[in-house]
Design a protein around this ligand. Structure first.
Ligand code: WQD
Length: 347
């Protein structure tokens, strides 16, 4: 009997599905909860093709307290919980703040109230830092006022978990602050499935390259950076997934220094938008048509991670290059357009 049962909420999403693959690859037995609000059950087939296993799946909305309670009563032997399930669009959160606070925070509160495992990994974000005063950004950098309700739900989520750990000494949690997750599994069986017009840079680039979009808008080239375009830390989603396994093992093996810890997950390198475009063209041989337009409201100039803490304490570091990440995103995009179930996402 495999007692290495891990619950992954939001496990059919972009980062969640890649983390499920990384967990199965390391011998864990995965149970997925997802409400299918921003993903497709076809992802289960992708996971099966990669790993040979189809994880147990429950369609549950974490806001439904009774269903969450019943799930944990039936699954009272979990070794850990990785909590991804949340709405994640900065722009959408500004238009629908109440939906974001209810979905992202009530879901977390129900997990903490009924959980049946003392090891929690929480999906957080570098957005908590805002425009950092110092680069690279360390975990002890000041938390800035969130620019969006989405970013605020990540800040509040961290505070809820921190306060819960303060009173529940046997409960252990790690918050992972992601920089910019990109790319797809090398098999092109799973990847990022943005609904509608992509907000993030890489899906917009691949949809432009495949002819789905007329051109890429580069939001501003008057920033104080190497070429005037904003700088970000773009990390391959499989590197990010493997970091979740390292963080989980850190708790399972009792290596935590305190029962609530925070880690940045990035490559430690910054790239500008124009550098990403050049790298994409080099990696794929596809020329990209773009136009420089006005800045996007809420964008910061630069953000890239100091990853020393995760390197040393979790024994993890990102190993995939920017070109490899962009190439994998392109292979996934080409696969999607041919896929009978995913094609609709890109029409
Ligand atoms: C990256 C850069 C844009 C689109 C995201 C998430 C956030 C967090 C970090 C997880 C910016 C530019 C973009 C386009 C462009 N992740 N851009 N044209 O804003 O750094 O934040 O990753 O929590 O939640 O939102 O990522 O990909 O939107 O933008 O020029 O069509 O690309 O100005 O400089 P961002 P992004």
């Amino acid at each position: 009997m495999n007692n290495k049962k891990i619950l992954v909420t939001g496990g059919l999403g972009f980062i969640g599905s890649h983390t499920v693959v990384a967990l199965i690859n390391k011998g864990f037995k995965v149970i997925i909860i997802d409400n299918l609000s921003n993903c497709h059950t076809e992802v289960l087939n992708g996971i099966q093709k990669i790993t040979g296993e189809t994880p147990e799946f429950h369609e549950i909305d974490l806001r439904e307290k009774k269903k969450v309670k019943q799930f944990f009563e039936k699954n009272d032997d979990l070794l850990g919980i990785i909590h991804f399930a949340a709405s994640k669009s900065v722009g959408e959160s500004i238009k629908k703040p109440l939906m974001y606070y209810e979905n992202n925070l009530c879901g977390l509160l129900n997990i903490l109230s009924f959980q049946s495992s003392s090891n929690l990994i929480f999906s957080s974000s570098c957005t908590v830092y805002g425009e950092a005063d110092k680069l690279p950004i360390s975990e002890n950098a000041p938390i800035k006022k969130a620019e969006s309700p989405y970013g605020n739900t990540k800040q509040i989520g961290e505070e809820i978990i921190r306060d819960f750990c303060r009173v529940e000494n046997d409960f252990k949690a790690i918050a992972l602050r992601y920089f910019n997750p990109i790319g797809a599994h090398s098999s092109a069986e799973i990847g990022e499935l943005p609904l509608g017009t992509p907000q993030n840079l890489i899906p917009y680039i691949t949809q432009t390259a495949i002819g789905q979009r007329e051109y890429l808008s580069v939001f501003g080239n008057d920033y104080f950076t190497v070429d005037g375009t904003p700088v970000r830390d773009y990390i391959h989603v499989m590197d990010l997934a493997e970091a979740h396994v390292a963080a989980l093992n850190h708790l399972i093996e009792g290596k935590e220094e305190t029962n609530y810890e925070v880690f940045n997950l990035g490559t430690g390198r910054g790239n500008s938008v124009l550098q990403v475009i050049r790298s994409f063209e080099k990696a794929t041989g596809q020329q990209l048509f773009y136009k420089v337009e006005n800045r996007r409201e809420g964008d910061i100039t630069a953000a890239y991670a100091n990853v020393e803490k995760a390197n040393k304490k979790l024994g993890w570091q990102a190993v995939r290059s920017l070109e490899e990440s962009l190439k994998s995103a392109w292979e996934w995009q080409k696969r999607c357009v041919k896929h009978k179930k995913y094609r609709l996402y890109f029409l």
